[in-house]
Write a protein that binds this ligand. Structure first.
Ligand code: FUB
Ligand code: ZN
Length: 667
């Protein structure tokens, strides 16, 4: 197993420092309402006017719940979305991973304070959810389609697992176990218990992680139950919706009807049992959180039904429903998947959380199957959509991640209103910012995994890692300037015995070389995208991945990308921005060349690619201001233009303007 890892990569250290020093303290201010932020309300799904636009209420809600528990007749107002508690839990999880990397005493103090407040809000029977405790106690566990009770519980449990591992303290874990036990008392096959699961998956993965930490079988059993009960009764959520309407209850998402075309069984992945599912349907984050649990559950329990479900989902998502940037979820309606090859670049949803979830899914499948293709997807989502989810300064966030954007169209076209072209400081529905923080701070957990005593290197990240392979200790040092350069050097300063290191050879890499102690190795065979090398103390291994800038074409069934080309280099997808290339990016044609260089002074240091291309001119007689919109087709005119491309993740850090990933090839 991996005992610990210290990340030394300049690329990732800089991001982790930004998150630890800027983003997490900033998020603390926001969740405690200590500073004014303009809260964007574009993504609430319902009536944004029902939510305050300058207060998050996150921590306040726990204090209100605690006062109510103590019998205070006027505990105060509980505000925000029904799942607002989860923002506190994800913040705590991000702090936990930060504490794994550094002492961060001030953050630790704040986190302990918050855990105290959360504990004070928890009811004696373990129940914990500020919305239902304060606003509608009689509705607990009755509106699971949208209550997010187990979703919030899941985030609490994941945070507690991470916090316990990082600090060795158990106060948070006790809260988590008490809550998990409350869920266990209410859900399960026994008569009198609820025979269903939460509308938003998350608890399943959390219980599996709790099981991994505590080895208490009941958590594995409950997680498996919740995975397998889903879709057994396709009307489970529908019946709860109808009952709530009959009882005159209000919608849990302000302004959105309880019975709504976007919220039917497929939205909740409950139209059939998971092992009969063959397509990713409905809400994208829900799907990938479910899938992550299916993959980990299959690995922990050996249940073939879970494995089959995870494999089916994986195939459908990766082969037919994923963007080049690792974004998923094509539609803003229901924040959802649509159909195969339906991947519009401008009206996309591509929620940051969905790509975070896709990384979890890939990681847990990888742990079970050792298939490098899963590592490829992991880095695709990480280096592109997830990193694009934040401003370089760590204080602005994207929820929706388009591959083509135009600020004017986002203003005038209601179908594009969800596509922002500036990262807001916070959201009324703020799931993404703390999710991104916990993802990047936990990066060390994704660099390697160990299976059958083999160390698999899944992500190339300069680091020093310590492993314990069945009692034998070893230290593995990885040095690289990835993602800007493809040379990765491994050293073994200490190893009690020899071991096997499996290197992921990414699918984008057409040529690579391996040198062991100065000698080129040619006798290797790839096994599912990994190359295995035997190492011992003192060894030095150099893997060189050729990393030229490449043009990518899409499957012709993807209408939106038909005839277009995108530029990638290694794991990084590039894009054109208006600030570099002028407006009307749709008129640009890439040239025959792609010339790249690293620019240390641009956007915190990025690789830039230039192409001597062309721009269709507006000079033709038919394209004067007074000319008609449509005209007889005739030969087109172009002028030379050097097209400048930057990494997609860094877009929208300068002037607001158009952006585009898929460009025209030479005419
Ligand atoms: O419903 C909770 C979270 O809010 C989801 O995961 C996101 O998609 C957003 O809807
Ligand atoms: Zn989100």
């Amino acid at each position: 197993m991996l005992e610990n890892i210290e990340i030394t990569s300049p690329f990732w250290r800089e991001r982790q420092q930004t998150i630890a020093r800027q983003m997490i303290p900033y998020q603390w201010e926001v969740i405690n309402d200590l500073q004014h932020v303009d809260i964007a309300v574009t993504n609430t799904g319902g009536d944004s006017s029902a939510l305050d636009s300058d207060k998050s209420y996150v921590v306040e809600n726990f204090k209100v719940a605690a006062r109510k528990k103590q019998g205070d007749p006027n505990p105060g107002k509980r505000g925000g979305m029904v799942f607002q508690d989860s923002d506190a839990y994800k913040w705590l999880e991000a702090v936990a991973y930060t504490l794994e990397c550094q002492a961060a005493l001030e953050l630790r103090h704040k986190a302990d304070q918050l855990i105290e407040i959360i504990g004070a809000a928890q009811e004696d029977d373990g129940y914990l959810n500020t919305y239902f405790q304060v606003n509608e106690p009689e509705r607990k566990y009755q509106s699971l389609y949208m209550s997010h009770e187990l979703y919030c519980a899941g985030h609490l449990i994941e945070a507690a697992v991470a916090y316990t591992k990082a600090t060795g303290t158990t106060q948070f874990l006790s809260i988590a176990k008490k809550l998990a036990d409350n869920i266990d008392a209410h859900f399960g096959p026994e008569e009198g218990k609820i025979h269903g699961a939460d509308g938003h998956e998350e608890i399943e993965l959390a219980l599996l992680r709790l099981y991994e930490l505590t080895h208490e079988e009941r958590y594995l059993k409950l997680a498996t139950y919740l995975l397998l009960i889903r879709g057994q009764d396709p009307d489970f959520f529908g019946a709860q919706q109808r009952r709530d309407v009959a009882l005159g209850r209000k919608s849990l998402i302000p302004g959105l009807e309880i019975i709504h075309p976007d919220f039917k069984a497929p939205y909740f992945q409950s139209d059939k049992p998971v092992y009969e599912q063959t397509e990713a349907k409905g809400h994208a984050v829900r799907v990938v959180y479910l899938c992550s649990a299916l993959a980990l559950g299959a690995a922990l329990s050996g249940d073939e039904r879970l494995k089959k479900a995870a494999d089916n989902y994986w195939r459908n998502i990766v082969m037919k429903r994923m963007y080049l940037t690792g974004a998923i979820g094509s539609s803003a309606h229901g924040e959802a998947f649509t159909g195969d090859y339906d991947l519009p670049n401008d009206s996309i949803y591509g929620e940051t959380c969905a790509s975070v979830g896709l990384i979890f899914f890939a990681h847990y499948l990888l742990r079970a199957q050792q298939n490098g293709a899963m590592g490829d997807v992991m880095e695709q989502a990480l280096y592109n959509t997830v990193l694009a989810g934040m401003n370089l300064d760590g204080k602005g966030f994207f929820y929706v991640n388009p591959l083509a954007a135009n600020p004017y169209l986002s203003q005038v076209n209601p179908g594009l209103r969800h596509v922002l072209t500036r990262r807001p400081g916070w959201f009324a529905c703020a799931c993404c910012p703390p999710n991104l923080a916990r993802m990047v701070m936990s990066l060390g957990h994704y660099v390697y995994h160990v299976s059958n005593n083999v160390i698999y290197n899944d992500l190339f990240v300069a680091s020093t890692a310590r492993f314990n392979l069945n009692g034998a200790h070893l230290t593995l040092k990885q040095s690289t300037n990835y993602p800007w350069e493809g040379t990765i050097c491994y050293e073994v300063p200490q190893a009690e015995q020899s071991f096997t290191l499996a290197l992921r050879i990414p699918q984008w890499c057409e040529h690579f070389t391996v040198q062991l102690n100065g000698e080129t190795k040619a006798d290797y065979q790839l096994e599912q995208g990994y190359l295995k090398v035997q190492l011992q103390q003192g060894d030095k291994l150099v893997l060189t991945l050729d990393m030229p800038a490449l043009r990518v074409a899409a499957d012709p069934r993807i209408d939106a990308d038909y005839g277009k080309q995108a530029v990638v280099r290694g794991p990084i997808v590039f894009c054109a921005e208006e600030v570099d290339n002028g407006p009307n990016l749709q008129c640009l044609h890439l040239g025959a060349d792609l010339e790249g260089h690293y620019d240390p002074n641009l956007l915190g240091g990025v690789y830039v690619i230039e192409s001597h291309g062309q721009r269709r001119t507006m000079q033709e007689p038919s394209l004067t201001v007074a000319s008609p919109l449509y005209h007889k087709a005739q030969p087109l005119h172009y002028q030379a233009q050097t097209i400048k491309l930057i990494p997609y993740y860094a877009w929208c850090n300068r002037a607001e303007g158009e952006m585009r990933v898929w460009l025209n090839p030479m005419p």
